[in-house]
Design a protein around this ligand. Structure first.
Ligand SMILES: [Zn+2]
Length: 54
């Protein structure tokens, strides 16, 4: 498919996160929780649950 952007999921609710890049930093926003998620938590959560992905 045509999806160049990595998809991360919310460590709290599992919904896809919106990725916002600003000033070299990446932020993750969950529209379901309506709050920003710490990138460390997001990465840890997705690394643990997405190991089949290339
Ligand atoms: Zn969430």
């Amino acid at each position: 498919m045509d999806q160049p952007i990595e998809t991360y999921r919310c460590p709290d609710c599992g919904q896809p996160l919106e990725v916002m890049k600003a000033c070299g930093a990446t932020s993750y926003f969950c529209n379901h929780c309506n709050e920003l998620k710490s990138s460390q938590r997001v990465r840890e959560h997705n690394a643990a649950g997405n190991q089949e992905q290339h």
